[in-house]
Design a protein around this ligand. Sequence first.
Ligand code: FES
Length: 463
Amino acid sequence: MPDYGDVLEKWHKSGIPRSELTQFMRRSDAKGILQTLSFLAVLGGLGYLAFRTIGTWWAIPAFFAYGTVYCFLNHVMHETHHRTPFKSVWINEAVHWISGFAHGAEPIFDRWGHTQHHTFTYIIGKDPEVVTPRPANIPRILGQFFGIGIIKPLPIIRHALGIIDGYTRELVPESDWKKMIWSSRFWLLGYALIVASCFYFNTVLPLVYTLFARFYGAFIPTLLNDTQHIGLAQDVYDHRLCTRDVYLNPVISFIYWNMQYHIEHHMFPGVPFHALKKLHSRIKDQLPPAYGNVWAVYKEMIPTLLKQQKDPDYFVTPKLPEPAPVSLTSRVDAADGRARKEFTERDDEGNLLTWVTVCPSDGLKAPDVVSFLHKEKYYAVYRLPDGLYATSGKCTHAGAILAKGIVIGGEIECPAHQGRFDIRSGISTRSPACDRLELYRVKEEAGEILLAIPGQPLSHLRL
Ligand code: FES
């Protein structure tokens, strides 16, 4: 994977102190489990009601309601793509695989595509999740309201046959190919079993309750999904210009997993669904005004799409608050003006080390991380309960600055796509990060944290 660090840094970030942002990024099994079980209870309840109405006209609204909620399994899979709804990794992955299967998507391939969507949101030619570039393909948009074009079986079939085309090669690292191929095979087997059960039990209900629901229930989920980006700017590195926030009632917010706060989700993808509303309240003065409801979006979007048929360069430009505040999540540390200590010494093996000051000891509390820029190379210095550690400072997946992420246990979670690394060994513990980080020596002396690195001069950046 190329180093997209420059791209990731280009995206505008609203100003919020790191200490607050890390609080928003905290994960909770309790909140994730409560949301998932409530969602499944609603789905199961509607499924039961629909079953009881079979043979009556009530079956039409009942199955519409069931299919609608079923299609929001897409959002369960989406949240678990990001690995944010649960604190426990295994719960996240179990929910990810189950919801992915139900949704009709193979989760490994889909997750890599979504990773790319977050790196290149609505950058045309790079973002694989653009619904339709300008001028909008209106039949395509309308088709999605009936589930057409949402399920994409061809990549699953290709991967199950072991065919890795150029697009997949670009998206998915080779280390995941084998897993993806086998996952695709199991997926096809699972869908074949659903079809077989229809023949075995002589009823179409297994399909009606699963894959067919992706079509007859697609209308409302598509209505909401299309509010996220359509009609706004393309090829801009500011989520406030290519993404929308919409206010929704609590019931819809619940089944939509709070994705109406879509600008916040794109700006800070490490923030779980349950914290998005609070994050919105915290930074809304730095965002364009949220639309009051779904109709307010469509009142603007429909004329925009029609106008684009004649003028493909036309798009809606949201009103940005001004002046845009400086991002506090990447500010230069206020103490940066002070004198830096720098000296060389030989270690026990006779290697010459250059020690440089990173920050005062009390500038890094456990568990946290600070970024350090030296000769255009980023380092990350961590304090864990058992001591100090240092690694290279950019994620090995796509080059995000790791110190903008969060320390969880003994791991650093990347802010861009939530890959993780073990801080003590540098080994990547979770995709999309694959390669390990470099390790460096770090020590504390006379109230300062010092890092052993080659070269000078140095500059100092507190994230
Ligand atoms: S840049 Fe993608 S996981 Fe870090």
